[in-house]
Design a protein around this ligand. Structure first.
Ligand code: BTN
Length: 223
């Protein structure tokens, strides 16, 4: 069961920050925090995450005893909700037509066995509502704001399945949606050709010096 209890904020700094406080005070597995708007939404790699008020799904879920591949499993679940054509840019950016429609930030306390799964999904942002610097790289489901709640419920159901799926099933699903395989990529310190996802969920890259496996960080796709 994911999504109970639920705390909804019309406006907060970051749903991940709110849930972290709840988690530290013993909130149960599945606790959900949602917001209409965030004033300090957090992205990966120390970036910020912004969305116009009441146009995006902004949520954080508390996962106790998280599975090893939670970041990848969450990407698969979000992609499934976004449709057949949605792809995954390792580790878990969800893309539609090569543009990012959702971002996932997993923060945790491994020593206390819990993780916060933060998801931002552009459900009802109109294309011209993106700031100019994101207009060519961001995507939206372009649905009515009235459907945000329905998308949330579908996502929660899908996440229940994928957070208990076997590693093999998660890896197979990730590989089917892999947006990077066979494409040139670069990261701080190197470049090469993406060659799939290994058994540990790492991105395999063929470089001039041979194959390498990246286990965290940011990769850039070169078109
Ligand atoms: C990324 O950089 O791709 C990850 C973005 C994650 C954004 C979501 S929005 C809801 C949750 N609360 C946050 O502060 N961040 C995540």
């Amino acid at each position: 069961m994911l999504g109970t209890p639920r705390h909804h904020y019309r406006r907060t700094d970051s749903t991940n920050a709110r849930l972290r406080e709840l988690a530290a005070h013993g909130a149960p597995h599945g606790t959900l925090v949602t917001a209409g708007v965030q004033t300090a939404g957090r992205g990966r790699q120390g970036r910020t995450w912004t969305a116009p008020p009441n146009r995006a799904l902004l949520l954080s879920l508390l996962i106790r005893d998280p599975p090893r591949l939670l970041p990848l499993a969450a990407g698969v679940a979000v992609a499934e909700v976004c449709g057949q054509g949605a792809t995954l840019k390792w580790p878990n950016d969800v893309l539609i037509d090569g543009r990012k429609v959702a971002g996932i930030l997993v923060e945790g306390r491994p020593q206390e066995d819990w993780a916060i799964l933060g998801i931002g999904l552009n459900v009802a942002i109109e294309p011209d509502q993106f700031p100019p610097d994101l207009r060519t790289t961001a995507a939206t489901l372009n649905l009515s704001p009235a459907l945000i709640e329905e998308v949330l419920q579908r996502l929660l159901h899908t996440l229940v399945r994928w957070t208990v799926a076997s590693d093999e099933a998660v890896l197979e699903a990730v590989r089917k949606r892999d947006a990077l395989r066979g494409k040139p990529v670069s990261w701080t310190g190197g470049r090469g050709m993406a060659a799939g996802i290994d058994l540990h969920g790492r991105l395999v890259v063929e470089t001039d010096a041979g194959p390498m496996a990246l286990d965290s960080g940011e990769v850039h796709l070169h078109t």
